[in-house]
Design a binder for this molecule. Structure first.
Ligand code: HEM
Length: 454
């Protein structure tokens, strides 16, 4: 399937038509095929995954898991619980930075987002919390290495070996680190689910829904562990680079940094009468901190470069003109749609943090922009994690900009280019890391920080 003929769709009209034909132009075959190659689960689980994959005869396992994710990751109490757990971990990791600390920024964000996201999802029994070496195993980061992606064999890892795992040719020989990492992580998550007490567990509703579907469909504990390695990729692979570029974009622009701080302080922060205790209102941010939200959206317009894929299950005629033949693949490349001057205007190549502000006069044609804007995909398979990641990246950024200055080495920000990583990633990571100094903002050293889900 991955080697078939490809139709490339980039016009907003045709994208809408693709979305409308979700039965014939299906996303789930990619979950089934890529999922198997990435996680290396057994054939028995492949059969469970393939059964009613596209709702042929009622919803199968994949559709049930998807519906559970949508229900538990949509705005509401479940999402708030997850966000709260994420923030508790974020606050702990920011406190550790102290008043001044030098780090490799991407490495630090990768560690922070991995810990925050997995604590939020898996709760206190989170395998990443039990064994901190797992963060390195998943990403195989050497924090003391300036360049992250040296072609050196030693630095190969799960994340880095992903394309080789997807190619699925002798993984133990051609992708040994990735193969080893998925086996160790798979075993850790097998233990997690074997000793999982659904009733008392403080894990997220998302993982409870997933566990229920696994049990109902008879997925073995071995494969529950393996499948979770694929989930980790979905949760982390795009979130980490997004958070990194969000921080780079804001801190490298003095005016933007100043405006974001002022907006947060005036709309989303409650201060005690003596001004020494500050509470950041998390849920208000998307509505009230519009510049921060617009910056996040613009960040994904510029940095999300993957391609949405659909498998043609039966012949489809789009707009009575374009015949898509059964067995082929449709690709919708974000990079092309996100950089089309007919849709975004002549400043399409500039990073414009204000572009998505509600009242911005830069918005010429909202309809084609909203169809062409696809960092989270579209139609029935649109990313169910988009609400969580929006809250996560905005909240992490807010906590950082309110508390810290970040000074790049040599005092000049060089935002690294992105390196095409894998078929399973849409926001590619930077090709190299940058060294920065975190420094508490002047006059902010004796403030107590809190957050509220308001
Ligand atoms: C900036 C971060 C993220 C980006 C850019 C992103 C992007 C995407 C895209 C493009 C798709 C394919 C949708 C389509 O083709 O229609 C997708 C699917 C998916 N994403 Fe995300 N995602 C992000 C974060 C997350 C997070 C944090 C989670 C979980 C908490 C998540 C869970 C999923 C799942 C489960 C699917 C498969 C959807 C299905 O079952 O139909 N994503 N994501």
């Amino acid at each position: 399937m991955l080697n078939g003929k490809v139709y490339v769709v980039t016009s907003p009209d045709l994208i809408t038509a693709v979305n409308r034909n979700s039965k014939a132009l299906a996303f789930n075959p990619f979950i089934a095929q890529l999922g198997k190659r990435i996680t290396g689960h057994t054939d028995a689980t492949s059969q469970i995954v393939q059964h009613n994959l596209n709702g042929e005869d009622g919803p199968g396992y994949v559709i049930e898991v998807h519906d559970g994710l949508v229900a538990t990751l949509s705005p509401g109490r479940d999402l708030e619980h997850m966000t709260e757990a994420m923030l508790i971990e974020a606050t702990r990791l920011l406190d550790i930075l102290g008043t001044e600390n030098e780090v490799e920024l991407f490495g630090w964000i990768r560690h922070t987002v991995t810990m925050c996201s997995t604590q939020a999802i898996y709760g206190p029994a989170n395998p990443f919390n039990q064994d901190p070496a797992f963060v390195g195993l998943f990403w195989c980061v050497r924090y003391n290495q300036r360049r992250l992606y040296m072609a050196h064999r030693d630095l190969r890892d799960f994340d880095h070996d992903l394309n080789l795992l997807i190619a699925d040719i002798l993984p133990s020989i051609l992708a040994p680190k990735g193969n080893h990492a998925r086996s160790v992580l798979g075993s850790a998550f097998k233990e997690y689910f074997m000793h999982y007490d659904l009733e008392r567990s403080q894990s997220s509703a998302m993982i409870k829904a997933r566990y229920s579907a696994n049990v109902k469909h008879g997925v073995s504990f071995h494969d529950q562990g393996r499948l979770e390695v694929g989930t980790l990729l979905g949760i982390l692979a795009n979130t980490v680079p997004s958070a990194f570029y969000m921080i780079c974009r804001i801190y490298s622009d003095e005016v933007l940094l100043h405006d974001v701080r002022r907006e947060l302080e005036t709309t989303c922060v409650n201060k005690s009468s003596d001004q020494r205790s500050w509470t950041l209102n998390i849920l208000a941010m998307r509505e009230k901190s519009q510049l921060l939200y617009s910056t996040f959206q613009e960040l994904l317009r510029v940095h999300a470069m993957g391609a949405g894929s659909r498998y043609v299950r039966e012949d489809v005629l789009l707009h009575e003109r374009h015949l898509l033949k059964k067995g082929m693949v449709v690709q919708m490349p974000m990079a092309i749609m996100h950089s089309d001057p007919r849709i975004w205007g002549t400043n399409v190549n500039d990073f414009q943090p204000q572009r998505f502000l509600k009242q911005a006069d830069v918005i010429k044609d909202n309809k084609s922009q909203s169809v062409a804007y696809r960092p989270f995909g579209g139609g029935v398979s649109m990313c169910p994690g988009r609400h969580f990641v929006t809250l996560e990246v905005m909240a992490l950024t807010a906590l950082m900009v309110l508390r810290f200055d970040i000074i790049p080495s040599g005092d000049i920000w060089h935002i690294p280019a992105q390196k095409q990583e894998s078929l399973a990633t849409n926001v590619f990571p930077p090709e190299m890391d940058i060294r920065v100094k975190f420094k508490l903002r002047e006059g902010f050293d004796d403030i107590d920080w809190h957050f509220a889900m308001l």
